[in-house]
Design a protein around this ligand. Sequence first.
Ligand SMILES: Cc1cc2nc3c(=O)[nH]c(=O)nc-3n(C[C@H](O)[C@H](O)[C@H](O)COP(=O)(O)OP(=O)(O)OC[C@H]3O[C@@H](n4cnc5c(N)ncnc54)[C@H](O)[C@@H]3O)c2cc1C
Length: 419
Amino acid sequence: MTDAAATERVDILIAGASFAGLALARALAASLGPACRIAILDRVPVAARLGQADTRASALSASSRRVLQALRVWPLLADEAEPIRRIDITDSALDAAARPVALSYDNALPAEPGEPASHIVPNTALLAALARALGEDRSVRIIAPAEPVALAAAPGSGAASVRLADGRTFSAALCVAADGRRSFLREAAGIKVVGWRYAQTGIVTTISHERPHDGVAVQHFLPSGPFAILPLVGHRACVTWSEDAKEAGRILALDDAGFLDEVARRVGGRLGAVRLEGPRASWPLEMHLARHYVAPRLALVGDAAHGVHPIAGQGLNLALRDIAALAECVVEAMRIGLDPGDASLLERYERWRRPDAAMSALAFDGLNRLFSSNQPLLRTVRDAGLGLVDRLAPLKQLLVAEAAGTTGELPRLVRGEMI
Ligand SMILES: Cc1cc2nc3c(=O)[nH]c(=O)nc-3n(C[C@H](O)[C@H](O)[C@H](O)COP(=O)(O)OP(=O)(O)OC[C@H]3O[C@@H](n4cnc5c(N)ncnc54)[C@H](O)[C@@H]3O)c2cc1C
């Protein structure tokens, strides 16, 4: 595929300049400096994405915060990060007169009292902070717009090459697919995915509210799916909601007043009067898991590797744990002059990360099925379960630590250490 004269050689080629791609580049550049030439390709320039209204906010776990702190990205967004102090969970019918709390827990890390197990961060703040931090790294080039159209990794060549739609070609010792759920590089490498679509649509918007949220995140389990109220800085919150797909179509077509009514009806009375503060956006919800995370001279990270139901707000957190593990494998190899695209290195990465994503995808799928049901027997059983967990402090602490991503074999970045 390649014409050597027209081919640009780099060490690492990343497709996708979003959260996973930018964070990986930052991790490699911060540890290896100019010794590692990195190119990132995206069909959309980062500045153009930042210019688009994006109402989404993400629950970043303590493990993600540690990664971003180690990469010196966190200080660039800390002002916009709202710590979650407590999580309240309710389970009620859509038209219930009240939404009583069935389970409530302090969201502090058991081993480090006072350290919140998660923060809510607007997606645009995170993207802007990653792009700003990368601006310091001279070894990184972002090439956009750029659309990969072919991938080849000839055995024995020591490199994979990627051709772009405009004819340019890049070759690299390692290519990384950080190009999201419809990853071109994953498909070009012939890696299949297992997964399914949910009969649910994700709806997101930002609201402002009369009463303070006091750092409390709320998850209302409603019959057609979870409705999360994620506190933002000030008297504002991001509402992330999984709705029956047909009903979502109706709600999304309403005018602002009708849409606000639907939001307020689900929020309940706890925040006082609410107003819309941002655009509404929607996503089809699906679960997918790549059958393999690696192929010759290729590694998948983030949504290219896995997509999970947003019920627990963990997709981005999994992505940051992927990049922490892959960066550690690559940095350790390159520091002693080894090939970053070596098959044994890639196998180590796959063994490290795929089980975590597989377990998470199945667990969130199960939670969604359990809670998105109005079946009376199921409701009774799950409400008894919530009540039981509510009375078991050690179990609650375990759940908090698990959601914070601070258990298991942690890459150094996840422990807050540079590689
Ligand atoms: C409704 C909803 C709510 C969510 N809430 C949370 C939450 O609270 N917490 C959390 O942790 N996660 C959450 N997630 C998941 C999270 O948003 C994703 O896991 C995260 O965006 C994945 O990042 P990524 O960098 O892997 O992929 P993406 O952000 O999808 O980025 C992919 C990049 O690749 C580029 N690209 C794609 N195809 C090509 C191509 N062919 N050529 C060139 N470039 C290409 C795109 O332009 C984009 O820049 C939520 C998801 C949804 C849908």
